[in-house]
Write a protein that binds this ligand. Structure first.
Ligand code: 2P0
Length: 328
């Protein structure tokens, strides 16, 4: 082995969780995580995964350690697809150790798989000294978890469903930078328990719901509607779009077999309070596949959020629209 092959290939990257205002829910290809339609999301500055990737010739398996917990081999599938892609581009047989730290609970609908796979893709590619453009990195992150494609670009993002069977046109791009619209983001942690049905599994079940076709019709229009509201900084339009899209998604999960209800009692209490508040002040909310609630609001609504929502005493994070993934 020559000297250059012995050198350490290591890099660290960070990525933020993202939450969709027009949701991804359904795949045209399950292996490549290719979506059926476009989705639109924003990154959350305060929810971060930081990952260090080290490529070496000594290990016989790839490894992922999250917050000091070693992920068992049978659960490595998602991350394996990312590392296999990078290995193929390099023509390497090296293995990769990923050491990852999240500053928020895993698998609670806070998109830890999105920030995790985005940080892993960026760190592993940088450690391998690959010069990849943002679209390619977004496609590689997508192999681990569909929504991770949206944690690569900055601010408000759109994940293009694309039409090619190899997925090379199914990446996310930024539609507006973080400072385009200085909204506040509150993440209310209703539960830190892992969700009992994964998004991947629930998406599959939902395609047999009697409401699937109706959902699909709404979801295919949702990205354009949300993008227009964001570009025009039109809060009432964003509120209407995000609430309709969120409710359509959860109505759908509740009508699959067996049904999935991601709400906890406190989720409904917060939802009802926000639905009341939003008639008077610029605030709206959404939920992903979990019990936690993500609230967006303008400055003038912050005191109302503190009085009506934060007063419930649940753990929360107050943040802003986040930046894209970066090598640190
Ligand atoms: C989204 N979610 O747009 C939607 C809304 C949850 C609810 O993308 O199977 O973990 O790995 O591609 O990315 C969560 O799904 O699913 C998700 P896979 P992923 O954010």
């Amino acid at each position: 082995m020559n000297e250059s092959e012995r050198k350490t290939y290591r890099a660290t990257a960070r990525a933020h969780a993202n939450v969709a205002v027009a949701k991804y829910w359904g795949k045209r290809d399950t292996n490549l995580n290719l979506p059926l339609f476009d989705s639109v999301a924003f990154n959350i500055e305060g929810l971060v995964t930081e990952t260090t990737a080290t490529w070496n010739d000594d290990d016989i398996h790839d490894a992922l350690i999250i917050n000091a917990w070693q992920v068992p081999p049978h659960a490595m599938g998602r991350i394996q697809r990312i590392l296999d892609d990078i290995r193929t581009r390099k023509g390497w047989t090296k293995r990769c150790v990923l050491q990852s730290h999240n500053n928020f609970p895993l698998a609670t609908g806070l998109a830890s798989s999105a920030s995790g796979c985005a940080a892993a893709a960026m760190a592993a590619a940088a450690a391998a000294e690959l010069q990849l453009d943002q679209n390619t990195l977004s496609s590689i992150a997508r192999l681990g978890s569909g929504s991770a494609a949206r944690s690569i670009p900055a601010g408000w993002t759109r994940w293009h469903a694309g039409s090619l069977s190899d997925g090379s046109d199914a990446f996310a791009t930024s539609i507006a930078p973080p400072n385009h619209w200085p909204l506040h983001v509150f993440v209310i942690q209703v539960s830190d328990a892992p969700k009992n049905v994964s998004s991947t599994e629930c998406m599959l079940r939902c395609q047999k719901s009697p409401y699937w076709e109706a959902f699909l019709q709404q979801a295919k229009k949702a990205a354009d509607i949300a993008q227009n509201a964001i570009l025009q900084r039109d809060f009432p339009a964003l509120t209407a779009a995000i609430h309709q899209n969120t409710m359509c998604l959860h109505a759908l999960t509740m009508t699959c077999t067996p049904p999935v209800c991601y709400f906890a009692p406190k989720t409904i209490e917060i939802l009802q309070r926000i639905l009341r508040l939003c008639q008077a002040v610029p605030v709206c909310c959404t939920l992903d596949a979990g019990a936690n609630v993500v609230i967006l609001c303008e400055d003038t609504a912050c005191p109302f959020i503190k009085n009506d929502i934060i007063a419930l005493g649940l753990p929360f994070i107050q943040s802003r629209i986040g930046s894209g993934a970066s090598v640190t």
